[in-house]
Design a protein around this ligand. Sequence first.
Ligand code: F3S
Length: 755
Amino acid sequence: MAFDIDMIRRVYAQFGEKVDQTRQFLNRPLTLTEKILYAHLSGEWPHQPFERGKSYVNFAPDRVAMQDATAQMALLQFMQAGRDKAAVPSTVHCDHLIQAKEGATVDLKNALNSSKEVFDFLASVSNKYGIGFWKPGAGIIHQVVLENYAFPGGMMIGTDSHTVNAGGLGMVAIGVGGADAVDVMAGMPWELKFPKLIGVKLTGQLNGWTSSKDVILKVAGILTVKGGTGAILEYFGEGARNLSATGKGTICNMGAEIGATTSTFGYDETMAEYLIGTDRKEVAELADGIKEHLTGDAEVYAQPEKYFDQVIEINLSELEPHINGPFTPDRATPLSQFAEEVKKNNWPKELEVGLIGSCTNSSYEDISRAASIARQAVDKKLKAKSEFTITPGSEQVRFTVDRDGFLNDFDKIGGVVLANACGPCIGQWARHTTDPNRRNSIITSFNRNFAKRNDGNPNTHAFVASPEVVTAFAIAGDLTFNPMTDTLINEEGQAVKLDEPQGLQMPPKGFAVEDAGYQAPAKDGSQVEVLVDPKSERLQLLEPFEPWNGENLTGLKLLIKAKGKCTTDHISMAGPWLRFRGHIDNISNNMLTGAINYFNDASDKVKNQLTGEYDSVPQVQRTYKAAGVGSVVVGDHNYGEGSSREHAAMEPRHLGVKVVLVKSFARIHETNLKKQGMLGLTFENEADYDLIQEDDTLNLIDLADFAPDRPITVELEHANGTKDTFKTLHTYNEQQIEWFKAGSALNLIKLENAR
Ligand code: F3S
């Protein structure tokens, strides 16, 4: 059994009591989201209610899930915490490193060769620290989590933005960076800004060509890509109860596309059915035992405007299928108006590829509905005019839909089954094309469709729709086709029309699988060796960062004074560098290479104060490090905005930068710097940014008295012998100062674990 029933028992044993306590505390009825969040508080009960969108709150999530790309650095860091086992049940899923090219078997074999060392490392480190390991080919993280681990009322974090998919089973599941996963696995509280709440009331029932996907395509059109930022979407109403659990998962999955923290649904019968169908009867029984707590209070749903910050209502009976795109997932067009939009906007009419599946849409229901279209096509003597691919979300789904004949249906219209992995969804797609910049159209049942996302071609117009609509379009090969009204000419020259899709929420013969691809960890991992080849260019074991010696920092050279926007992408670029995510020294060769140097407006060209020469930022920093000289990075406003990528904080620390001094920080990056034992300061007076010269040496003359709320004085020694002095501020609390002293938060945890 892969899931941890004891953990769920523990969560449920206290759930009702915590919900009652919260209801009394807030003195009003509760949304489901509030019940789950308050039931997962870490530490002491708050003195006053949290302010939505304002308060920072510490939580204790129940689970952690990691995908293979982000798990590498997370686990290398976790190894520094000095623990025998992860503090909460955790899993690793190998899904991002498999490139789609020929089809499942060949592609998987190639990935096992090219990323062998990464998979071996992840398998061994998981085995050692009690972490469940899902092998390459086992499936896509979010589908596997839904099938095995998600549970109503639970709280989970995952190192991938579509972790939110688990809301389909009534969880609060949130996508985070590797550093957050390390916190939770190391047993530290996990911090989140208490979200705003958006209620989505669903009435009626889906019918005809409309599916769950169309609910979120419609919501994305209403809220746009920013409309969910900082909010949790809570779906409710009779319409919600009519949706399958996997359909709910699809809706939650694409909540990431509107920037939502996550989305969730109240526990209901379809969830119970799905739990039972996926071999988790015990979980369903436990959830039934506290089911009144696993949904919002009736008063809330009766008067949602009173309890949510915003309310949206959608009548499923009237909802039309939608097609969203190109280039953004919130450009929503109802199917009946799509052909006109294609013509009006001159989008490439010929459809080159239709792709179904992925973590968003590869449930039994999705595949069975899409297969019903493929089957009709065969009966009506049609073949897919476009290339057509199927990406199953897990081996369990693949095995089951194969057994039930659906893959055969796809095969007959020319469909190619890809590996149970992300593939084209994450851009791991060796597309069959001679011109990678050609204007063209594709349609997918995935979630993201930004330029270049799927195939790297900026001129690929990627549209997003449900699997059944994608299948119909792939058969037509034409974006102006409307399957609800139009006919197609078959091999015999007859005009034929496709009937509405038919499908089943759950397999009548049950799910089946021969080898799900799960590897349970050793009970006692103390003797397990973590496999990292010292010569590897992709993986490197971490060395603990040096503790602070308690003295002032002096003689620091200015490395770069960054001008304007400096995001985590400017600090640690993605693209080809993703290959080195598990190798701190190699990936550090991209440090700040995207930042603009204030003194010459160039990127990656800074003055080496030891030689007077200009060179790349990492190169100059390496010479400072070799000479035992510390350095300072100076930045503008909102320094480190963007992602929660921990590499952006680890790289400067690894290369010997001592201080990051900016006008203001993006909060997550500031916290990441603190965790890595770096000193992050802000100018008390922003104009002091202008005092900093290219040849400056900086001294922190009263750092020895480092204490909460106490400013730190910086002395600037200019090359002409003059000096300037100014104050800087910081936000370190007592605990964070201890991190700084120990060299990093993990060093401190290790010390505490050793006591
Ligand atoms: Fe993400 Fe797509 Fe994989 S959304 S988890 S890349 S299938």
